[in-house]
Design a protein around this ligand. Structure first.
Ligand code: 5RP
Length: 224
């Protein structure tokens, strides 16, 4: 199977996972990226079964709206029962690196509000140790060089993602050559650097469910 077919299979599996729980007042949390896009496309036939969505990026909001799914501001929404999103890397503890699409901060905010985070990923994203994928860090623009120097002290090789401005008007530094032994501790440590908005480690609040696309089918892991 191609990577796109594996992504489509996990998007289908996520629909099956949430469909029995949809209510007229349900607002879903929706992630960003190519796997999340496949999930969004599969929501269209169900659009009259739930109220709408909160989106982790302007791009996902536009895609949802184009399909007739109402998009709400998170501040106007109470509970988000499910957050469905992809990952750049995920480990056995369902901790992740995210932010390849530069949407990490809004993704982390919606994930924090969600009762259940369902990670949908093709098998290439599953790793024994996080860090082969360069860890994204969203920074306030004036702090970029300072944050980069601090990241060097932590052992990373920071590279400014040229030409990218996040939905929040900030910049991204990608940390190369940075294998991570303790994801939750490193998440906290990087977030404590002045000028960092957040980093792409989703360890303190990882996923609750992983739907992983493999050659032998979609493997489901539930931690909670
Ligand atoms: C965007 C993300 C995505 O979830 C991550 O990059 C995976 O993307 P894709 O589904 O396209 O492989 O974190 O910021």
């Amino acid at each position: 199977m191609t990577q796109d077919e594996l992504k489509a299979a996990v998007a289908d599996a996520a629909i099956k996972e949430i469909e029995p729980h949809l209510e007229k007042d349900t607002v879903l949390g929706i992630g960003t990226g190519s796997t999340a896009n496949l999930f969004i496309d599969r929501l269209e036939p169900l659009s009259d079964r739930f109220k709408g969505a909160v989106a982790s990026s302007e791009a996902s909001a536009k895609r949802l709206q184009a399909l007739g799914i109402e998009v709400f501001e998170l501040n106007h929404v109470g509970d988000v029962p499910f957050y469905i999103d992809g990952a750049d890397e995920v480990n056995a503890n369902l901790q992740m690196i995210k932010g390849g699409g530069a949407a990490l901060t809004r993704e982390k905010i919606v994930a924090a509000c969600a009762k259940r985070f369902i990670c949908i990923a093709d098998g290439s994203k599953y790793v024994a140790q996080l860090g082969n994928f360069p860890l994204p860090v969203e920074v306030i623009p004036m702090a970029r060089s300072y944050v980069a120097r601090e990241l060097v002290k932590l052992g990373a090789d920071p590279v400014y993602r040229q030409g990218v401005v996040t939905d929040n008007g900030n910049q991204i530094i990608d940390c190369f050559d940075f294998m991570i032994d303790d994801p939750a501790a490193m998440e906290a440590r990087i977030n404590a650097i002045v000028g960092v908005v957040t980093n792409g480690l989703f360890a303190q609040r990882g996923a609750d469910v992983l739907l992983l696309g493999t050659e032998s089918g979609v493997e489901r892991t539930a931690l909670r």
